[in-house]
Structure formats: C-alpha cells, structure tokens
Design a protein around this ligand. Structure first.
Ligand code: SF4
Ligand SMILES: [Zn+2]
Length: 285
C-alpha cells in the first residue's frame, strides 16, 4: 500500500478511536480547560495534537525532571510543539520547585526505604501526579490529560492481576471517576484504546516534535517482561485484555468507593493521614 494511503488510514483510525473514547466516557467538553501533561514523548504529544485539532481548550504543562541530556531534549520538543500548536506552556522546574532533580530525589527516597523496595517509575509517578493535580488546580484547569495508551493500560492491568491485587486497577480507566473531590482534578486518557505502535507511526507521519529515546530511568524489569509478552500478542488480543478490564472495573467500583481526606502535611487529596507524595518525602529525612 502506498505510504500516503496507509498514513491516511492510520490517521482516521486513531482519530475515530479518540473521538469515541471522549464521547463514550464523557472525558471532556468544549467548556473544559484541559491541562495536557506533556513529557516530550510520542503519547502526550499526540494527545495535545488531537485535542487541539478537535477544538478543545488546552494548555501544556511540562515537568523538567532534570534527568540530564534526556530532559533537555524533552524540554526542547515540548516547547516546539506548543509553539507549533500556538498553545500556552507551563513549565515546572524540579530543581527550583522541589530542591532537586527527580534522579536525586528518587534515589534518596529509595535508599531510605530499603534497597529494591520502590521502583523508579513508582516514585517518579507519585511525585508527578501530585505536581499535576496541585498545579492544574492553581491554574484553574478542570481536567488533566495524559498520554496513557492501550499497551500501558493492558500492562498495568496484567501486572495488578499477577500481583493478586486487581483492585489496584481502580485508578485506571479512561477517566479517574473513582475519586470525586473539589481539590482533585479529574485525569483523562484520550489514547486509552490506541495502540502504542499506531501512535509511534502517527507521530512520525505527522512529523511531530517527539523524543523517541526511552527515559534512562525506566528500568522496571517486571514491566519490561510483561511488555515483551504483550508484544507477542495480536492487536485484537490486547484489546480483549482491556475489554476484560472494563468488566472488572465496573464491579470494583461498586465494591470500593474511597473516602477522600486531605493530607495533614500538604493539604492535597489523600486516602490516609498523609498523601502518597508526603509519605515518600518523609522517608527522605
Ligand atoms: S519513565 Fe519512569 S522514571 Fe522516567 S519519567 Fe516516566 S515515570 Fe519517571
Ligand atoms: Zn501531602
């Protein structure tokens, strides 16, 4: 098939899936002010590109994690994208705002918690979520959009099942509906049903400013194993995993409806006395 035709088909497929996901789960409306969590990678870049194309009111938010040259490339790509789309970009500098870059902060927390207990992405993810929620609220945003794709979600769902804790998948789903609180900004995942490979091809065909290098800190051997296993499956099988997730998700929501409190240290939404980010930072003392 000629490249042009294949690209047009891929474009139509991705756009249809994203529109269907937005409609089916009421992810956002034209009244929403959506903060797109931009990493510089292909997924969040595609989210910003498509939401902008569909006429949603978006602004970009980038956390400069200060992971050496990798972060410099990401920052450059994000700036280029926001300029291209003519959208506002909010920058959060880890060193200035939190006193150190993600590598340093994460290593200190991991060391204090005991070797091998906390995975890199788990620590980084908790801190980033805390920053996104707080900053989005300060900016008066009504939704936070992230780049999670079907492969990411299928991996997480399987990992939680293998761990014997499918209820951990409660935090997944195209929209974070299980938490309802005035201080909590709902997170949406417009690429929930889009395959990672399709996103990669899409960004290449559109020539979008994207950093394709892997984050140098993303070595979680268990997730890599699960990813490799999933990559041996056909597209329809990955989709079936997500369909099964949906069935379980609706049941789990009935079983568990977490009560939200406010962290006694930072005031952010929390399930316990302290939010997850403050629990981690207390280790680093
Ligand atoms: S890959 Fe992991 S360590 Fe790297 S930015 Fe993402 S969550 Fe953080
Ligand atoms: Zn806190």
């Amino acid at each position: 098939m000629a490249n042009g035709k294949a690209n047009r088909m891929l474009e139509a497929k991705i756009e249809r899936k994203v529109k269907e996901t937005i409609d089916r789960y009421s992810l956002c409306s034209k009244k929403d002010r959506i903060l797109v969590a931009l990493s510089g990678g292909k997924d969040s870049t595609t989210v910003a590109y498509l939401l902008h194309k569909f006429g949603y009111n978006i602004e970009g938010f980038h956390i400069d994690l200060k992971i050496g040259e990798y972060s410099e490339k990401c920052l450059k790509a994000v700036k280029e994208l926001c300029k291209m789309l003519n959208i506002k970009l909010h920058l959060y500098d880890m060193k200035t705002q939190m006193g150190s870059g993600m590598c340093y902060l994460r290593s200190a927390i991991q060391e204090a918690s005991g070797k091998g207990k906390l995975k890199n992405c788990a620590v980084c993810g908790v801190i980033k979520k805390w920053i996104f929620n707080r900053e989005a609220r300060k900016l008066g945003m009504t939704k936070i959009a992230t780049g999670h794709n079907l492969d990411d979600e299928a991996q997480t769902f399987l990992i939680n099942i293998f761990k014997g804790s499918p209820q951990l998948s409660l935090n997944s789903g195209p929209i974070s509906k299980n938490v309802s609180d005035k201080k909590f900004i709902p997170r949406i995942k417009p690429l929930f049903y889009v395959l990672e490979n399709d996103i990669r091809e899409y960004t290449k065909s559109k020539n979008l400013p994207v950093v394709y290098d892997k984050c140098p800190c993303s070595f979680d051997s268990y997730r890599i194993q699960v990813r490799e296993f999933l990559n041996t499956l056909e597209e329809k099988d990955k989709e079936k995993i997500i369909k099964n997730f949906e069935k379980l998700y609706s049941k789990l929501k009935i079983i568990k409806n977490p009560q939200i409190k406010y962290c006694s240290k930072c005031g952010e939404p929390a399930r316990k006395e302290l939010c997850k980010k403050c629990e981690l930072l207390i280790l680093n003392r």
